[in-house]
Design a protein around this ligand. Structure first.
Ligand SMILES: *[C@@H]1O[C@H](CO)[C@@H](O)[C@H](O)[C@H]1NC(C)=O
Ligand SMILES: *[C@@H]1O[C@H](CO)[C@@H](O)[C@H](O)[C@H]1NC(C)=O
Ligand SMILES: *[C@@H]1O[C@H](CO)[C@@H](O)[C@H](O)[C@H]1NC(C)=O
Ligand SMILES: *[C@@H]1O[C@H](CO)[C@@H](O)[C@H](O)[C@H]1NC(C)=O
Ligand SMILES: *[C@@H]1O[C@H](CO)[C@@H](O)[C@H](O)[C@H]1NC(C)=O
Ligand SMILES: *[C@@H]1O[C@H](CO)[C@@H](O)[C@H](O)[C@H]1NC(C)=O
Length: 398
């Protein structure tokens, strides 16, 4: 008798909806992209189904979940925009693949997938974003792309949000582009693109506050993490980087709109065979701003090309105005407990601006050796003031 009552209740519950079943109290309503017509065959255009599932999830008050199940979905450029009526979890178990061809991207779209204006977004589930960047890298290298390469995913104006256990592979430009977010945690990411793929930064952060990146593995063709202007309270920890160009603050001061950077910590992270280790770079251009309170601590390097570098003479295309010195003021930077091997002789290069010397640069407990161990590494300083503490190898030039 009791079991029959239970069965009846169960039947009532299961049948009580129209695709979007009413959730039991406390559980989030679920919106599966397949229920909205998505076909996981890797070819059918699933954009409309994804947008409809998002719209339903975003509309739901009190919390909801958009589910992307196993399988490969094909998605044209889309925007998942808020504000929503409650927190939205996007559970991505499957693979979502981008159009390979740049002609599929509207001229004004900077990315393939954007999440905009959401408070309490959770993107998780172990799934994969496949940017299918191969053909784009070829045209970027040949300088004949029909348009600027789009990023894989942008997170614009998110607050109190989390992205965890997501894989991103072969982005056309940056993998993850974080812009104007407040309190965003990225954790357990796995980001992969070939070492020679151009501009495929792992995570780029701009104009944001309280962005944390933790416990992630990033191997790509450009910076593993790049921290641009307008950021405060960025914390990178437990990240394994390589191949790639390392952890970078900058490039700063490249245009008039660049804002100050205040408070960046990179700690407990490792780099293997990267082009740089920890780097601060500013354009040789006349735009004034400050970069202050930066910490690089507890970092292990293996065969890294420029383990510790401040480069205030950045001008890759040789297009900087009349060789004006950088007007970015760098101050209070601590490099502490950094050890491992350098693949070049100059393991510490502090090359600061003639116009705005670096102030209060601290080198504490540094132990870097030349990779072949037959020669000693050296340090190089220009326009820099600071101090050392503990043992510093190579001998400090401060
Ligand atoms: C999805 O695929 C993963 C890996 O193949 C597997 O572990 C998981 O159980 C699958 N989930 C479902 C709901 O089928
Ligand atoms: C940041 O967001 C998380 C949810 O992702 C929340 O638990 C936490 O309280 C928020 N922190 C602040 C300072 O708002
Ligand atoms: C983020 O969370 C904090 C703490 O719960 C809250 O005060 C704030 O309003 C939230 N931000 C937004 C934009 O909703
Ligand atoms: C970095 O390498 C050190 C030494 O090999 C190891 O103890 C540590 O766990 C590694 N850190 C990460 C984040 O993998
Ligand atoms: C120095 O950093 C390494 C990781 O690179 C860490 O294992 C070690 O505990 C740190 N040492 C101190 C004294 O904090
Ligand atoms: C230090 O870096 C700057 C900027 O990249 C470069 O011009 C300079 O040659 C480097 N110094 C040494 C001694 O390698």
């Amino acid at each position: 008798m009791a079991s029959r009552v239970c069965l009846l209740l169960l039947l009532l519950f299961v049948s009580g909806g129209d695709g979007a079943a009413q959730p039991p109290a406390g559980a989030a309503a679920q919106f599966n992209v397949k229920a909205f017509g998505a076909v996981a065959d890797g070819e059918t255009d699933d954009s409309k189904a994804f947008l409809a599932a998002w719209a339903a999830a975003c509309e739901q008050a009190g919390g909801s979940k958009m589910v992307i199940p196993n399988g490969t979905f094909f998605l044209y450029p889309v925007d998942f925009s808020g504000p929503c009526n409650g927190p939205v979890a996007v559970e991505m178990e499957g693979t979502v693949a981008a159009p390979p061809d740049l002609h599929s991207f509207p001229a004004d779209k900077d990315e393939w997938i954007a999440f905009n204006h959401v408070d309490r977004l959770l993107l998780a589930g172990g799934g994969t974003l496949d940017g299918r960047g191969g053909a784009t890298w070829d045209c970027v290298r040949a300088k004949n792309c029909p348009r600027r390469a789009p990023h894989s995913v942008s997170f614009n104006y998110l607050s109190n949000s989390t992205v965890e256990k997501i894989r991103s592979i072969n982005s056309k430009q940056f993998h993850l582009h974080v812009f104007a977010c407040n309190n965003l945690t990225l954790r357990g990411l796995e980001i992969t693109a070939p070492a020679e793929s151009p501009n495929t930064d792992g995570v780029h952060i701009g104009d944001s506050a309280g962005v944390k990146i933790a416990d992630s593995v990033i191997g790509t063709g450009d910076d593993c993490v790049s921290i641009g202007g307008g950021n405060s309270g960025v914390v990178v920890s437990g990240v394994v980087c390589g191949p790639g160009h390392g952890f970078s603050v900058g490039s700063l001061g490249g245009s008039a709109g660049d804002e100050a950077v205040a408070g960046v910590t990179v700690m407990g992270s490792n780099l293997t065979r990267t082009d740089n280790g920890v780097r601060i770079k500013t354009w040789e251009r006349p735009y004034a701003l400050s970069a202050a309170n930066l910490v690089f601590q507890d970092i292990t390097m293996s065969e890294v090309r420029n383990p510790i570098i401040i480069d205030q003479h950045y001008c890759p295309e040789k297009n900087c105005e009349h060789k004006t010195p950088s007007e970015v003021k760098i101050s209070n930077v601590r490099f502490q407990n950094i050890s491992g091997s350098s693949s070049t002789k100059v393991a510490i290069n502090l090359s600061c601006s003639e116009a705005e010397p670096c102030e209060d640069i601290q080198l504490i407990d540094i132990n870097l050796v030349y990779v072949n161990r037959k020669e000693n590494v050296v340090s190089s300083c220009s326009n820099v003031r600071g101090r050392t503490k503990g043992t510093v190898i190579p001998a400090s030039c401060l």
